[in-house]
Design a protein around this ligand. Sequence first.
Ligand SMILES: [Zn+2]
Length: 291
Amino acid sequence: MLPQTNPKKLSVIVLCVVLLSILVFGFYKYYVVAIKLIETEKELASTIENFKLFQQKVFELQASLLQLSQDKENQSKAYQDELKDADKKVQDLKKLTETDPQLLAKYSKVYFLNENYAPPSLVSIDEKYLDDTSKPQEIHKEVEKYLKRMLGRALRSGIKLTVTSAYRSFSDQFSLKAGYKVTYGAGTANQFSAEQGYSEHQLGTTVDLNYASTTAFVNFENSDAYKWLLDNAYKYGFVISYPKGNVYYQFEPWHWRFVGLELAHDLHEDDQYFYDLSQRDINKYLLNFFD
Ligand SMILES: [Zn+2]
């Protein structure tokens, strides 16, 4: 015989069991959800971490792409510079082979010009700059414009310079020297006139100048013209070959040789004379001789 159960007590027990079950179930569900949440959070964190790593990789890739394109650009620039350099060297070489090395050669009793040497092209000097219009004078074609500029500038400054002698061939020089020897005797003639083959006049780049008020170089040394030449000739590429006190020939204040603007400027600036430099140093100026 089962004990008599109070129905009220029973329903309380049932209620308690139901409530307890709900509570346990609730806790269980909460636990499951909480676990899920933690897992999801972990996954999210890991995804974020992966994303960050991915982003980092993208940045790195972008940086290396940029570097690569910069490297390529630099490489192509360096290549272009190299090409330009090579091109310049070729142009310079071409220019050098076209420039007559005799134009800057030193001529003395040791170094002399071949008797067959003649400038490639000669032109007549404007009559208005001739000392004697009955004696036409010729000069190297490329040097003529520099001479004209110099004489023109001198004239505008009130200095009337004229050309007594410019290009002289080997035979001209021979005749001139023979004439001097007859007039002055060999010893004296040697002091002021180069032997044929030594003369800078054979180059076609050298002129003997005279001042309107003087005759045949007399007192040229003390003329305004000589002073003007000393101050200005270098601006037109001309230098005095045989200055006072030189050991090559007697002092020739009227004898001026074209050596190019660059060398003439440097000689003037350094207070040096053409024949004082070594041939090796002089030859460096050959490249820009006519510039
Ligand atoms: Zn001369």
